[in-house]
Design a protein around this ligand. Structure first.
Ligand SMILES: [Zn+2]
Length: 129
């Protein structure tokens, strides 16, 4: 897939927990109230250093969505997914945006997340309540 070329960000950075590739900035967070199988997930307006997998239809709490899994270009980890399109009108704001699973990120506030996070067991893939 060619030469590995990582984009560097400046500011409050969320990076890949495994390889420290920069992924997103905290001011690009649209919502912190998403959930995935593993706990919290954040919705970002834009992210860098990722590649998207194949599109697929996925049924979530908020309806049917076309999504692509996204992968860190540094280490190939699956770190979240992209909303390609939403079938429900009131979910259209998510189109073109990205969800990153919080536990796969190193955040600007260090590792405090590991101590304070509350995992929602039996949670859904997607809940923007
Ligand atoms: Zn990585």
């Amino acid at each position: 897939m060619g030469r590995l070329f990582l984009i560097s960000l400046e500011g409050k950075i969320y990076s890949c927990k495994h390889c420290q590739a920069h992924l997103a900035l905290s001011h690009d967070i649209v919502s912190k109230s998403f959930h995935c199988r593993h706990g919290k997930a954040y919705l970002f307006d834009k992210i860098v250093n990722v590649t998207a997998g194949n599109k697929e239809e996925r049924m979530m709490l908020t309806g049917l969505h076309t999504v692509s899994d996204i992968f860190c270009v540094g280490c190939g980890s699956n770190i979240g997914w992209k909303y390609v399109s939403a079938h429900e009108k009131n979910q259209k704001y998510k189109e073109g945006k990205f969800v990153l699973e919080r536990f796969k990120l190193a955040g600007p506030d260090g590792n405090r997340y590991w101590i304070t996070h509350d995992t929602h067991l039996g949670g859904s893939d997607d809940d923007d309540s």
